[in-house]
Design a protein around this ligand. Sequence first.
Ligand SMILES: Cc1cc2nc3c(=O)[nH]c(=O)nc-3n(C[C@H](O)[C@H](O)[C@H](O)COP(=O)(O)OP(=O)(O)OC[C@H]3O[C@@H](n4cnc5c(N)ncnc54)[C@H](O)[C@@H]3O)c2cc1C
Length: 541
Amino acid sequence: MTGSQINRRELLGAGVATAAALGIADTAMGEGAMLAPGVARTDLAAALAAFRGVVGAEWVAGDAASVVPWTGSYVPDPGGHHAPVGAVCPASVEEVQAILKIANQYRQPLWPVSTGKNMGYGRTTTAAPGQVVLDLKRMNRIISVDPVLCTALVEPGVTYQQLRDYLDENAIPLWIDVPTVGPIVGPVGNTLDRGVGYTPYGEHFMVQCGMEVVLANGDILKTGMGSTKNPSAWQAFKWGYGPYLDGIFTQSNFGVVTKMGLWLMPAPPVYKPLVIRHRHVEDVSRIVDAMRPLRIANIVPNVVLMMSAGYQLAMFHRRGEVWNGAGPVPDEAFGSFAAAHDLGMWNTYIALYGTPAMVAESERIIRGAFAAIDGEVMTEEQMHGNPWFHHHATLMRGGLSLEEVGLARWKGAGGGLAWFAPVAPALGSETLGQIALAKDILARHGFDYTSAFAIGSRELHHIIALLFDKSDPEEERRADACYRDLVEGFGERGWASYRTGVQAMDLVAQQYGATNRAVNAAIKQALDPNHILAPGKSGIA
Ligand SMILES: Cc1cc2nc3c(=O)[nH]c(=O)nc-3n(C[C@H](O)[C@H](O)[C@H](O)COP(=O)(O)OP(=O)(O)OC[C@H]3O[C@@H](n4cnc5c(N)ncnc54)[C@H](O)[C@@H]3O)c2cc1C
């Protein structure tokens, strides 16, 4: 087992003082903050005091100054309803159990996070007011890695960087699969929010295997094979016996996940990244139809990203470099700036993995399919020195990079970013209507269309980055209204989101129907009758 001691300064970020250091008395805890319904200020203060008894005073934040590391986010929150009122950082499963007992006693809701970097979805801010973040970053042991079965079992605070370093230090030839912000985030939090990466193991919940969950009453559930007499297949066989439970702990508030198994990919003998460039916005429809059969047949084995020129440019450039005119950036401005940087209007990134013969044959088929729709298939050698190609080639082999965070500076240092992620079947006919609708809504609120499409398997994700200046209160209000219009406008056409930020969780839940909500509510009532775990997550109270 391996983990690393995290000191409080690292956890909180440099320069943030504790309540004690600032001379703020305990009585100030939670003062001025919005409380959870039914929780008195004295209950919050008593809960925080009891948390200190469990984890030590330095691991509890509850006053306005010390809670700052948990209150910021990129998403719009013009009313300030999503900031937590405190944070508690346990170091063990036993401490998690003790904290849950206290939370039940005072009815004080907790918002569990793992590495707590859910950027563009709310980071550690909460769906409903008055919650204390249950920050699991200190639980950061890599419990096991099995180089034969290619599996790992990790705690919530483990980052992808930590896992990568462990594999390298132990010369284990396995790849990890990372989201775009891999170094600072981790497999547990990402998988629980059903996040994605870009190797053949990119659908993270698909390659998750076995969980340990602390339920609201303190009981410990091990899913799959984890509770049998010989749990050696815990990370090998996902389904166990009877109803499959792991799913109900993703995008939910039914338990606190304290361990998770995942599958790792053997490093392939050959890795060949490619980009396919297209010149026109309308080409996206043909790209999806050409890609779908290749993806379903696994000839293209990884999650496919079709990056628009706008999204690509926003990664490494500021808006003023691309466009200074009135209104949203026009396609022509994006297109010409992109062309000058060796990019197309659409840049479709895929990669091939396997033996030389397998890769060569797949490449032959792919080249044929895209030649038929005027796609320019470009190799690493041809794109040498191109920072966008380098970035995606890194991601598609599970490499670690933080370059894409530059997106949040498109409109300036204010850093506003909210992901809008509606889902459709992977059909070209779904694309152009979505683009027209998105552009219309974004333009009405004064925002640019900076988007990508992704094909996971048979589904198409339209990943729209709503980029705004969060330091401008008027723009933040507009971004909030715009996001709601996007959810509602797309929802009316049957394009509901697969994931959303804390500012819109109930709105999205409404689009999945009354029966769905009633079932979630019944499970919640059964597992967490005092509603102390993350009320409001995914619209579940
Ligand atoms: C530029 C940029 C690019 C991004 N690219 C990607 C991408 O490619 N793919 C992608 O998926 N995301 C992406 N993201 C979004 C996000 O940053 C990542 O998904 C990130 O992995 C989530 O943060 P985390 O891993 O720290 O999870 P956390 O913030 O720890 O967890 C996410 C949520 O899961 C729940 N949760 C977490 N841990 C627990 C637990 N132990 N028990 C119960 N519930 C829990 C909570 O509701 C929590 O809010 C991107 C963000 C930015 C800004």
